[in-house]
Design a protein around this ligand. Structure first.
Ligand code: ATP
Ligand code: MG
Ligand code: MG
Ligand code: MG
Length: 569
């Protein structure tokens, strides 16, 4: 590509309304232009990067055995009525009417459409297992679209859906997809972590998120320093807008998760782990200045059921509900345990026993923490914020009891779910099994935020001069810059020849033939983050060398053609 014939439109101004580095740099580099809130045009430059990400995702999905298809963005209301999500999905669902007054939505995700496809197309176990995927535009009417393409309303997602006769086979494919995701994020050159996640409004049993690690990430991740344990400490999306914002602000201050407090106190009390309680939260409600605790059954963002802690003389003002009372409400859902306040909701995944939970509150009170009184522990203020609770931390063991617990921030770039039979059941999708009996297939779904990855990658790869693309994502791997081409035709000739030669050798190379002065030209090339810069000048030609500089290196070096090719691999 000759840059004189390309639309490169960089800017020196730092955009005032952009908070994140990635947002600022994408605007300055001219990769995106805002059309309206959460709606962006990808310029030719931005699109080159987006396509690179898409290519890696597509190659690895194909290699994993998934098959590509393409579903419509616009989806009929009737499908969403079948699963009950026309109402349940909430404000993120953009609804619209056609000329015949029929309702549609712009797809925020495609479980309904793929299940509709499957019930028509899949008849027999012989067609299973199968994983379909697409790379397609989604729309979610986010409450607060922000950070450019990081949290947009219209964005590009790779979404995949798998169908299985047995749960075991779903588990196998889940692992297959998990591994494909690891290969994708490694190939893209990102520092990432796979973390346990809750299953949110989609429902289902097992779920992992993939996070690109970055200080600016919206999610907090608790992880063990010595094992693979990692969990998302996510905010309750169900919160009203104003409160959610306040909660996010306060969560940003959290250095040690509430889980540490539980662990530490449990440790202090020598509590054993017996039967596993799942989907339970200890909730500190703070209404009218009174601290009151409830046990709550939580699934995803929703409190399904709660038990007030009854008052009992002799144990502060409250007593724990009995184990039988709690068990009656529990069932065997996977889930969460951690002190949670409706104002500052923090959930941490952990397996706990009922007895341990009861002992925890009782023991904590005996140890002077007064979980249920108005005196929140020794000389400490009321636990109004997560930061207050942090103050009672006395240890930092990881919930899996390997290593210590650290906390970092991440950007969710991928998410894998075992959906189970929820959608197939609701939409009456069946296949015939080996015995000729109609069975409901188990489903998995697997998403990657293709456009978000572009921004997330910049959060990990930049310096004062601009973007530093990982090779796999760069708009071009190399650029040949001409110094004073008008003055010296030999420079033009040599640069053109090198540009052709590199491209023929498979090194995707641009030619900066815009005729800019060196300073302005180099500033642009650094801003847009090309990994390898090669300068052709009169002086270099006389010495038989090119001036080469890697975007990540502070100095340039003079190399002959052979040396250059060695650098560019
Ligand atoms: P988030 O927690 O950031 O709102 P999500 O959990 O709602 O994301 P999923 O339903 O898991 O998103 O969708 C799969 C992927 O799509 C996410 O992992 C993320 O990378 C991407 N994604 C989701 N919402 C957006 C958005 N508003 N803008 C850009 N990418 C998004
Ligand atoms: Mg979301
Ligand atoms: Mg999420
Ligand atoms: Mg998600």
């Amino acid at each position: 590509m000759r840059l004189s014939q390309f639309h490169l439109h960089t800017s020196k101004e730092t955009p005032a309304d952009a908070e994140l580095v990635s947002h600022k740099l994408m605007l300055k580099a001219g990769m995106i232009r805002k059309l309206a809130a959460g709606l962006y045009t990808w310029s030719p430059l931005g699109l080159r990067v987006l396509r690179k990400v898409e290519r890696v995702v597509r190659e690895e999905m194909d290699a994993s055995g998934a098959v590509e298809l393409l579903m419509p963005s616009v989806q009929p209301r009737e499908l969403w009525e079948e699963t009950g999500r026309w109402e349940k999905f909430g404000g993120q669902l953009l609804k619209m009417k056609d000329r015949k007054d029929a309702w549609y939505c712009y797809g925020p995700t495609h479980e309904e459409v793929i299940t509709d496809f499957a019930r028509d197309e899949l008849a027999s176990y012989k067609q299973l297992p199968v994983t379909f995927y697409q790379i397609q535009t989604k729309f979610r009417d986010e409450i607060r679209p922000r950070f450019g393409v990081m949290r947009a309303r219209e964005f590009l997602m790779k979404d995949a859906y798998s169908f299985h006769v047995t749960d075991e086979d779903l588990g196998r494919e889940y692992l297959n997809m998990f591994n494909a995701y690891c290969r994708i994020f490694s190939r893209l050159g990102l520092e990432y972590r796979a973390v346990f996640a809750d299953t949110g409004s989609i429902g289902g049993s097992a779920s992992h998120e993939f996070h690109v690690l970055a200080e600016s990430g919206e999610d907090a991740i608790a992880y063990s320093t010595d094992s693979d344990y990692a969990a998302n400490v996510e905010l309750a999306e169900a919160l009203p807008e104003g409160e959610r914002h306040a909660a996010e602000e306060s969560l940003r201050e959290v250095e040690t998760p509430v889980q540490k407090t539980c662990e530490a106190v449990a440790e202090l009390m020598g509590i054993g782990l017996e039967r596993t309680v799942k989907s339970i939260a200890l909730m500190g409600a703070n209404a009218d200045g009174e601290t009151e605790f409830v046990l709550a059954l939580v699934r995803g963002d929703h409190v399904l059921n709660e038990i007030k802690l009854a008052k009992l003389p002799g144990l502060g003002e409250y007593r724990m509900a009995t184990e039988a009372e709690i068990l009656a409400h529990l069932g065997s859902e996977p889930g969460f345990l951690g002190p949670v306040s409706p104002r500052q909701p923090v959930r941490v995944v952990a397996d706990r026993s009922v007895a341990a939970l009861a002992d925890f509150v009782v023991g904590a009170n005996r140890a002077g923490f007064h979980l249920a009184g108005v005196n929140w522990g020794r000389d400490l203020p009321e636990p109004e914020t997560v930061a207050d609770i942090r103050n009672v931390v006395v240890g930092d063991r990881s919930p899996d009891r390997h290593g210590t617990l650290g906390i970092c921030r991440g950007i969710e770039v991928g998410h894998v779910f075992q959906l189970g039979r929820k959608y197939a059941e609701a939409m009456k999708c069946t296949v015939l099994d080996e015995t000729g009996k109609a069975v409901v297939p188990a489903m998995g779904c697997y998403g990657i935020g293709v456009s978000r990855i572009v921004a997330a990658a910049i959060e990990q790869n930049f310096d004062a001069n601009g973007i530093r693309w990982p090779e796999s994502m760069a708009p071009w791997r190399a650029v040949v810059c001409m110094i004073n081409p008008k003055k010296d035709p030999a420079v033009t000739e040599a640069a053109e020849a090198l540009y052709r030669e590199l491209n023929e050798a498979g090194v995707e190379t641009a030619l900066d033939d815009r005729g800019l002065r060196p300073g302005a030209m180099f500033a642009d090339i650094e801003l847009i983050g090309i990994p390898h810069r090669i300068v052709v000048s009169e002086r270099g030609l006389a010495a038989g060398t090119y001036e080469y500089r890697a975007r990540t290196e502070p100095e340039s070096e003079n190399l002959d053609t052979a040396g250059l090719k060695a650098r560019l691999g």
